[in-house]
Structures are given as structure tokens and as C-alpha cells.
Design a protein around this ligand. Sequence first.
Ligand code: SF4
Ligand code: SF4
Length: 470
Amino acid sequence: MFRSICRGPVQRSFRYSLLSRLDSTNLASITQLHVCTANNRGSEFPDLNTSVDVHKHKLERPKPTPKITKDELKTLEKDTKGSLIPETLKQMENDADFQMNMENLKKLGQKKLTKEERIKRQRALNDLGIPSFRDFVKSASTDSNGDLYSLLRKTPIEIFQLNIGLYCNQACSHCHVESSPKRKEMMNRQTAEKCLEVLSNSPSIHTVDITGGAPELCSEFRFLAKRSKELGLNVIDRCNLTALLEPGQEDTAQFLADNEIIVIASLPCYSAKNVNIQRGAGVFNKSIQSLLLLNSLGYGKPSSPLQLHLVYNPLGAFLAPSQADLEVKYKEELWDNFGIEFNNLFTITNMPVKRFADFLYRRNELKDYMHLLVRNFNGNSMEGLMCRNYININWDGKLFDCDFNQQLDMPMRKVKSQGNASPNEHTGNRGPSIWDINSTSEVEDLRIVTDSHCFGCTAGLGSSCQGTTV
Ligand code: SF4
Ligand code: SF4
């Protein structure tokens, strides 16, 4: 049977792949090639078995020369100079959805708007006859699924996620933190120092994940990144790519490389049109120029310690395709067209919160989207939920289970040392703040605060800041 499908070009490309591996590695790697040509090959090949999972076998293709020419690279570099902010502000002014949001914000205030958003989501679920997330999970805990409900508690914290400010040079249509150049909230030095003190008392943490807004444009970014590295921790910069090209940021990419900071960068598509629709005019070219810059410093190269990962999120109300398959496609497209390399692709689900929730509501699609998420609930995704081993801290030091809860103003449950003091003396909020803890061990085993948006994390293969959770 195999003989009939393993002919001609397939066999030729297989030979290429095998020979190139033999040149560069050792004979042991042959066993991973799962030879399907064992019966019709020349006698120089060893006999090996083919496993049944033939769909998992990938043939390596020779890398073509990237299409982009030297002149085009020069033009790209020239055209992507200057700040994106004037363009972003112009687009915000001309965008009816943004204007409506701003008016509502002025009229109702952030707190009331967030409450309304949560009511709309819950109403959509009520219309579908679906209970709250917590009750849903309880009822999904069966003998075969295991006790899913017990997973909704904090484990030892491994990742310390800092949202250091909402200022951003972009204003993307799906942004769940509603960032833009108009947001000025930023972490100050006093709060940054307290975060570092807690970090130094928290041995279970291995990674500091710095996000925003555009974190590099926030005043405390370099201080936090450098000091966290000195504590021996991994540091992630959640980078929108274009921030690296803003005036005044000329040495930021070099700073990232010098400190071996992991870059996780948003690029929702490899096509200019799709990226510009979701993230704003001119964003695609600047993103490509930044990726080339990061590659030139060693980021994303196979033998380099400098890690560069990309993030895909769907452009509309649908779930992401397979992370592994899409990664192959991204790698091909970005290499073939621009000569860009990166390590891994993370796919994340669009959470029905903030701008994306408004987008769905205005199009009368919120109910359908919630239904899609619930229909695709996957109990296996729950063990890897990021709210279990993350702690999330906002720019003024409030504590949350995750970044989404932060945006919905749903603080973490009270920690013991907080007592009954209410509101919190540092933040004016009822929930705990970084000033209430000495170590993240104090939040272990707390119940995670959930709501209807959590269905976004448990749909399909699950979703987190590190991609799928299954
Ligand atoms: S999605 Fe990221 S890049 Fe876009 S506005 Fe929000 S924080 Fe900025
Ligand atoms: S939104 Fe996701 S990460 Fe956050 S609490 Fe809900 S399930 Fe956990």
C-alpha cells in the first residue's frame, strides 16, 4: 500500500531530508524519519518501521531564498521610521466604534461600563440556558472527567505577571485592556520596588512576565526587567513590535538582547491586510521591520539563546486553528517572504471582554460567540489554566488571578494578612494588593475568581498567555 503513494517528488524530497539530516546530525535521527519507502528504496537505506500516525510525520523542505530584495529591505527600513502615534490617534478619531466607547466612558465611567459588559455576557448565557462558569464546571466534573471544580484554586505561583501600564502606541480593535496613546496609567518606582521585594521572597516563581499596554514605553520597564534578571528569573517582554521603532526606543531591542529577555510578540497574521485591519494602518510593515531587527540581534535563530515567540489571535468570532499546523504556515510565510525566523507560535482565543465584547455586541454576535465557547468546553484544558499558577499585578499594585480579571475589575480573593480592612489603604480597592503580601506563597490555594468570560480559556485546546493549555 505504501508503495503506491511513496513515489516521484515525495520520495525525492524525503531523500533530501534524510541526507541533509545525515550530514548534520547522527544516524540515530534516522529512526525519527519513519521511512515509508522501506520497500521501494535503494539498498543503501536501512529497514525501519513506519508508525501508524502517518499524519504526524513531517517532511523537511529545503528553505528557499526569501523573496524580499536588498532594495526592498532598505525601503522598508526607511518607510518604518517615525512614530506610529499620530496615525493611531487619527484612526481613533475617525473610528465610530472608538468614538462611541469614549462617549460611553465619559457618560457612565469605567466601573459602570465594566458592570454593564458583565451583565450583557451573563444575559447571553441565560438566554442559552447555560449556568455560571463555576456551576458549569461543577456539573462537568464526572467520574471520567475527574474533579474539575477542585482545579479552580491557586497552585504554587510560578509566573509573576506585571501589567505595568496601559499606555500604548497602538489602539487595536480587539484590545482587552483598552490601551491607546491616550491612556496614561503607569506603575511607579515605589510599586515596582515592592514587587521586586515580593519576588525575592517567592522561591516558587521562575518567570516575570511584563505586559501592558506597550511595556517598553512605560517608565519602570527596564528597572523591573534588569532587577528581575539579577534575581535569576526569566523575564518575558510582551511586545507589540512597533514600540521598538518608536522615537526614543532606538536601543530597546539591544537592551532586550543584552539581558536575554524573552520576547513574545503579537502578530495576528502573516498578511499585511489582516494585521492592519486588526492593529491599525502601517502596523504590519513596522512589525516586519522589528522582527528583522530582532533577528539581526540573534533572536529566533535556531542556535541562539534569545527566544522570540509570536502570538496569533483570530481576526473575528472563531476559534484558532491548530497551533502546531499554524506555526508551520507562519514559519514558511515569514521566511519565504521576508527571511524572518522565530521559535514558536502561540495561538490564543479572543476573550469576550472589553473592545472585543463591544465589537461582538454591536454586531449582535455576542450570544453566538458565547455559545461557540461553551459548546467547545474542554475539561482537559483546565489543569493548564494560567490563573492557577500566575499572579497578576496591575500598574497600581492590585492583585488579580489573571489579566482578564484585572480588566474586568475582579480582584483576587482576600489574603489572610489583609484582615477585614476595607477598602485597601494603598489602592482604595476591596481586593488585596502587593502591599498585603510578603511572598506569593500567601495566595496559594485561594479560590480563583471566575465569571462568564472564563469560557474563553476552556474552549477547544484551551487558551492562555502561553498559547494552548492542552
Ligand atoms: S492589543 Fe496590545 S498593542 Fe494593541 S492596543 Fe492593546 S496593548 Fe496595545
Ligand atoms: S479568564 Fe481564564 S485565566 Fe482568568 S480566571 Fe478565568 S479561566 Fe482563569
